[in-house]
Design a protein around this ligand. Sequence first.
Ligand SMILES: Cc1ncc(C[n+]2csc(CCOP(=O)(O)OP(=O)(O)O)c2C)c(N)n1
Ligand SMILES: [Mg+2]
Length: 901
Amino acid sequence: MTPMLMDAPTAKLDEATKQDFTAEVQEWLEAFDQVVKADEAHAADILGALRQRAGEVGVAVPGTLTTPYCNTIRPEQEVPYPGDRSMERRVEALIRWNAMAMVHSQNKKDAGIGGHISTYSSLATLLEVGFNHFFHAKYGNEPGDFIYFQGHASPGVYARAFLEGRFDESRLKNFRHELRAEPGLSSYPHPWLMPEFWNFPTVSMGIGPLNAIYQARFMRYLENRHLIAKTDRKVWAFVGDGESDEVDTLGAISLGAREQLDNLIFVVNCNLQRLDGPVRGNKRIIDELEGVFRGAGWNVIKVIWGSDWDELFAKDKTGLLLQRMSECVDGDFQNYKAKDGAYLRENFFGKYPELLELVKDKSDTELGLLHRGGHDPAKIYNAYKEAVEHTGGPTVILAKTVKGYGLGSAQARNATHSEKKLADDALAGFVKRFDIPIPEKAAKDGTFYRPEPSAPELQYMQARRAELGGYLPQRSTPPLADRAPDFKAPALDFFKTWTAGSNGRAISTTMGFVNMLNALMKDKAVGKWIVPIVPDEGRTFGLESSIKQVGIYAAEGQKYTPHDADIFLSYRENKDGQILEEGITEAGAMASFTAAGTAYSNYGVPSIPFYMYYSMFGFQRIGDMAWAFADSRGRGFLMGGTAGRTTMLGEGLQHQDGHSIVLSSTVPTCVTYDPAFVYELAVVVQDGIRRMYEASENVFFYITMYNEDYAQPPMPEGCAEGIVKGLYKLKSAISGEATVQLFGSGPILNEVLRAQQMLAEHYKVQADVWSVTSYTEVRRDALAVERWNRLHPAEPERKSYLSTMIDATNGPIIAASDYMKSLPDGLSPWLGSRLVTLGTDGFGRSDNRVHLRRHFEVSAESIVGATLSRLARDGKFKPKDAQKALVELGLNTEAGDPARA
Ligand SMILES: Cc1ncc(C[n+]2csc(CCOP(=O)(O)OP(=O)(O)O)c2C)c(N)n1
Ligand SMILES: [Mg+2]
């Protein structure tokens, strides 16, 4: 789209440039205007050719990422609005009213419960044009458009659903009262709390836009892999202008253009304000975003001014009006809307007599009401139409709006974001402003208003939604049989290669897993649903064979011959490749994981994502996205590779993870495992597929994988249940009855086994060895049982799994893992003083495993030392002998505490 054409003379130029402008330049401009008038496309070609020539002869031309501060679509290019404006105006007014009444009355009743009205007030028309004309709930039998709503605009989305008859008044009355007898409405879009309504949690700023980009990409992935039919469905993301400061919002936009995602539309609600004040008081956010998005290859459509400005622009033959706009910064624009029309006349138009002349026939009230583009349905309609018709890449619509639009004295004020209640007069004023047919008393009380279903405006609204396939938002969980009739989780037997052990061959759990993954991908029933995801770490995990086997997804295929084409495991990219190779972006990979992990609901596709990454760059880096994933009821496997503070040797402090499990344990739906052996990992993966995809449980799995090679033992008889529950006895005392219990996890279990041997051989202490595959799961079970017992004091006490396993055992429990001590400590309420924990608290170091384990005191020697020390304290071992043993074991009793080193 070319910028607005102005009649000669063209736009006013700044003083410095003007002085240089000779008659010759004016001639050029006039000639160019002639060309534009004759054939716009030709004019663009000429400019392009000139630009190229300039580059060839070495003339530097300033970039043209931004265009003048006006609408991208010129009035003469617009199509007429297809809807019934008066009906739509009325519906929008009713929604505005009910949204506001909901927040207002709830805060009157329950002061401080919160809610927002000013975000929606700026977004209302942008959403309504979508609801009435663009947002498809379905495409035939295929899913419709995906809408990522600005989280703080939720009141408006609820109010619409109320008018549509999807909620009764009691739901609105219970806004934010989720813990009452009658079901309430959640504060923001939370699929966890409203699983039949919201699809995408967006309220943590930046997560919505980032996920939307990867959703659009995953949609193409499913289409290109022929797992869903190709349709015109779109992903719409409504984004705040303040939200655009989040690195997550803009950090992945280049992917949109690179992958030519013309199924993706961003609408940035440029109300020029965020929470505290203006987004760019001293600049213009629309200019900034235009440059950023255009630079990233997006189609940019600016919707700055409403139709009532068109006439003024048409009348202005001087270019002064546009110049005046370019002289203002967003702080000015906000100020104009916070003040009245008289102020605008004096301070905006008043700068130039010619502009005052331009508006002399308009009253102050009319000037005050001059619309911004984001409040003008015709302008919005044309922008949306162009966006959905645009091909070859994504579109961003930068829509200028007013925060707190129509809220009287709260409009465009810095404090408007937090406005929750209006004064009585303001409520009455609102009703008048939007022509809402309720009596003044009801208005002042903030009462809801929904006309009879037969009212023409509601009939109109319903007809529009029926035409577009139904209501939105709407979340469902279609039966898997619709898309995957032959889907069946593989039985444990499928994994027998991995439960049988490695026959003495030293392999890591990572290698075992990758082999397993390749086999799963070959399986007839589940193979095609597997979605391996890596953030440029495929080789770290030994995925070369998978790359060859199923290929890397590349929308354009492989346009080059890979340098390694002649070797067996060459780099293969395919249009229907299965692996999502994200490059170095854990956040992007997590967004893909989210799209794939929620596809069972959004597309009815049982895709099973396995996202493999450096465990250090997981939860602590993308923690907020993991939380949103859980809120989305996401399912799938996070595979934390190179796990363990002492196992991931060499790379040092910023790579060595000894806490991701602690972080994962904070996510309620995350089921975490820390397997020591490949057979444990196989059991967990099998159980995960069964739970998530067969039993449809809303959980996801986090599994650590290590890179230490050792012989993998065969699975002992009957331990599968214990593996899943998180604890089982691996090896009884070597001779006689144990007086000590040793807990081990991950590769530290090998240290524990060595300690068992040393204790028996050198110190005559017998110990049982337990494999703890999940402290988190054992603790959760114990907590649940304890709660039940607390609530049922008159019933016989129930026993937790932990108690069932451990109560009858003897002696202290020494627990060691490659993770922080707080993990085993989570069991201390039930193990009491029996528990001694060893773990890897503190910063990592780049040394080898022997030194790391000695430093963190999780080596076999440290475990033996801790056991003897504890026995000494318990009066079961001579203290002097214990002290001597520590020396014999080579433990430096005076070394600094690794937790603080
Ligand atoms: C990650 C994150 N940080 C901070 C907040 C708190 N917060 C809620 S709304 C808001 C301002 C939003 O401004 P903008 O994106 O411009 O949206 P508007 O309400 O103006 O449409 C902030 C900072 C949040 N929700 N998420
Ligand atoms: Mg804003």
